[in-house]
Structure formats: C-alpha cells, structure tokens
Design a binder for this molecule. Structure first.
Ligand SMILES: Cc1ncc(COP(=O)(O)O)c(C=O)c1O
Length: 454
C-alpha cells in the first residue's frame, strides 16, 4: 500500500518538465519546476509547513493556537492546510491588490482573511504587515510568522527544493531562475545548489516597482524605485531578511505586461497553466538569453497555478483594460474602456444642452436619439463650426435644426479595420447595437487608444 497519512505529506517532489516550444530556436535547454503540483497549488506549501514545524519545535505554537500571517494567498494556503491537519486557527491579512479568487480559496480552507490597502508604507498602521503584528499582540496563544524575516522560509527550500532540482537534473543544472518576493525560494534553493556547484548562475526576476533590483545592484534601499505594479506575489518595498544576495548573480526587471503575456503563452504553447509570476520568470529568461551558452540547462521555478488568475491575466477584458492586449473588435473597444454607456440627446433639446452634456461627460460625439431611433449626430467640430458662424443665439437653437447626419451603425463584431473605414473628418464615431438591443459608441479617440496599446 502507498498511502499518505495526511495531505501535508504530498508536499514537494514536484515534477521537472521540459519546455518544448517557447525556446525551440535556441540551443540551450529550459526546464520548469512545476510547483503547482503541491497540494495548495504553490511552492509556498513547502515553507508554510516548515514555519509551523519550527514554531512547534521552539514551543511557540501549541495545539489550538492561532497562526497569523500577512500573505498574498499562497503562503496562506499552505498555512491553512497545515492548520487544518494539525489543529490550529488561521487569520491572514492581505492587500486589496490580490485576486478575489485567492481570498475566497483561503476562506474555503477555514481561514479568516482581513483585506488591507496596498498603497501604504509597510510601517503604516493600516498596512497588512502592521495589522498582522497588532493582531498577534492582541490575540492570546497566537504567533505571527512573518514569512519575510522568518528564516524557516528559506530553510524549507534549502532542504527540499534545492535537493530535488539537483537530483532531477542529475547535477547538470547551469542556471536557476526565480521570480522573487520574500527571497525564501531563491536564497534557500540557490544556497543548496551553489554548495553543490558554485558555478551555477542564479537569476532573480523582479517586477518594475520593486526596489530589490536596485538594492542588489547598488546596496541602496531606494524608495524612489517603489511604485504600484500589478504582478502578484513578487517584488518588495523593503529587503526581507530571507535574502542573502551573495547567492544571486543577476537581478532583472520584467514589466507587468510582458509577464502577463508570457504566462498566457506558457498555458497555450506548453500546457502549463501557471500563475503571473511564472510569466515574470520566463520573460526574464527571454530578456537575458544572450547570456546563455549552447549547452546550458536552465531551471525556472513555476511558483503557482493559473486558476487563481482566471479573472485577471487569463481574462481578455482585464488584459485589454490595462493595455496588455490590443482590442480587436467594436465590442472589445467598448469593453476595454472605463466609460461603457453611450450618452445621447433628443432632437428637441438645445445646443446649449448638448454643450453642457459634452462638458459634463468630457465627450466629443453625441448621437441624437428620438423614440429609441438614431436621428442624427452632434460632434464637437460641428458645433464649433456653428460658433464660427458667429450666430449670437446659437445656444438656443434646437438640435433638430442643426444636427448632422447619423453616425454609421455597424455590427458589434466589426473589426477595427472595418470601423476605421467609417471614421473621417466629417464623422468621428460609429455606433452598434449589442444582443440586448443596447446602443454603443466607438470614437476616433477609442481607436487611437487601442492602436497605441497594440
Ligand atoms: C506566485 C508567487 N510567485 C513567487 C513568489 C516568490 O517567492 P518567495 O517569497 O519565496 O521569494 C511568491 C511568494 O509569495 C508567490 O506567491
């Protein structure tokens, strides 16, 4: 019989999978250490259980106690699984940047989750670090793990991830690539591998908006580097104690957009339905590939599973709203902008009313609608011509006296190429009805926006 005593015993020994298509024109080889095979679907199961075990050994966690942690979800999942199996309660603090799916998953495994603001300093009392610390003081028999500075984090990877990679590659690994946050994965894994072979190169991948890359290069903790970014689970606005930069050879920054697009390619081209940070790690390999030699064997850690990002990087509309994917049709253009509802006016209103609406909503085109029927159009340039005629009481003129031709009505599935054929000096917008009979507008400005994102 081959039976695990509990789910925690299934952590680790994750597969190493060859990347076949992404780098098919290169002579170096790339492998993915697929950490979403862990029961909590991420690499963080390893360190979560290790932090619990060390706390138990040190007598800091006793049966019925409460585990408190600031977590973007993955560490929380590992801790929650350990808590269920071992009989603890869990309270997690997290930020409002995290996907809703991640938070719901934590609740599903019995944790209480407190969502805190992202854009505050770590020592602000509202930050998820501060709230976790305060709760640990207030709640009796509780422990705040602090994955950033808790060295059991990197120890877990030193004891498990490093040896697995060494054994799975038969000691042939030449490069380790890790998207990095607390620093636990990269430091622990790299320390083990470099002890085996000091020539192994270790590359850390960081999002723009994190200060870690500059810190690595200059030793300076520069808060000017810090700005909001979208990629989850990686990058920091301080330097956690789990880092030992001596084990890292390169730090490279990857944009939110490139990381998201790369994660999607991993799913579509390799069947690896992975999380956002895996996109960062693989995009980093693309950016640094000029440093690789023909026989190099690159191992990239693929931290977590794509299911936690279905509402984000795997959602076309989310991608378009951020300019990460180009809109392709009328429908995409409408979905990808903030203002979705078309503003219209009826023909018995005055030019003054129209100008007021245009100013209020900051729009240049106003379809004229009577009884649900498109009767004409008003455009900023058309109204401006009226003003040029120096008609003193132009504001009181009725719209049905001065309106222009209706904007063309197209199919909602028209492509951008089809739409642009109808946009010219005389006509700055096109209209379409959706399946529910609702009218939508696309303007010259929407097209320019979409093309500049492409
Ligand atoms: C999805 C994801 N990728 C990468 C990391 C970075 O791992 P580490 O904190 O060990 O640096 C994390 C950490 O939370 C993560 O959740």
């Amino acid at each position: 019989m081959d039976i695990k005593n509990n789910i925690l015993e299934t952590i680790g020994n994750t597969p190493m999978v060859r990347i076949n298509r992404l780098f098919k024109n290169e002579s170096f080889k790339v492998l993915a250490k697929v950490e979403y095979f862990n029961p909590g679907n991420s690499a963080k199961d390893r360190m979560a259980v290790k932090m619990v075990e060390v706390a138990e050994q040190e007598g800091k966690l006793i049966l019925g106690g409460t585990i408190i942690e600031g977590t973007s979800g993955n560490t929380g999942m590992g801790l929650a699984l350990a808590a269920v199996v071992k009989g603890y309660k869990c309270i997690f603090t997290t930020t409002d940047k995290q996907s809703k799916e991640k938070i719901d998953i934590l609740k599903a495994v019995g944790a209480e989750v407190i969502v805190c603001p992202t854009n505050v300093e770590p020592d602000d009392p509202r930050s998820y670090y501060s709230v976790a610390r305060r709760l640990a003081k207030e709640i009796p028999n509780s422990i705040y793990f602090n994955q950033y500075d808790n060295l059991a984090n990197r120890l877990a990877h030193y004891e498990t991830t490093g040896p697995e990679i060494w054994q799975q590659t038969g000691g042939k690994i030449t490069h380790l690539v890790v998207a990095t946050g607390t620093g636990g994965t990269i430091t622990g894994t790299a320390k083990f591998l470099k002890e085996k072979n000091p020539d192994i190169q270790v590359w850390a991948m960081d999002p723009y908006g994190s200060l870690l890359t500059k810190y690595f290069r200059t030793g300076e903790v520069d808060m000017n580097e810090v700005h909001p970014y979208i990629t989850e689970g990686i990058g920091e606005d301080f330097v956690p104690q789990n880092y030992e930069m001596q084990y890292v050879d390169e730090f490279e920054q990857v944009s939110d957009k490139d990381a998201a697009l790369m994660a999607r390619r991993l799913a579509k081209e390799e069947g690896l339905f992975c999380g956002y940070s895996a996109g960062t790690a693989f995009q980093g390999v693309v950016q640094l590939k000029h440093k690789l030699k023909p026989d190099d064997l690159v191992v990239v850690i693929l931290h977590d599973h794509g299911s936690r990002y279905v509402g984000k990087i795997y959602n076309d509309q989310w991608m378009m709203e951020r300019g990460f994917l180009a809109a392709k049709t009328f429908r995409d253009l409408v979905n990808s902008r903030d203002k979705k509802k078309v503003i219209t006016i009826s023909s018995d209103k005055s030019v003054g009313d129209a100008l007021e609406l245009m100013k209020k909503y900051n729009i240049e085109n106003l379809p004229v609608i009577d009884n649900n029927e498109v009767k004409g159009s008003l455009s900023e340039s058309g109204l401006f011509n009226l003003i040029l005629k120096k008609d003193a009481d132009f504001k009181d003129q009725l719209i049905n006296e001065i309106m222009q031709k209706p904007n063309p009505i197209l199919s909602i599935d028209s492509t951008i190429e089809m739409i642009t054929k109808h946009i010219n000096k005389e006509n700055g917008a096109v209209l379409a009805y959706d399946e529910a009979g609702e009218l939508h507008i696309v303007t010259k400005y929407d097209i320019l926006q979409a093309l500049s994102n492409g």
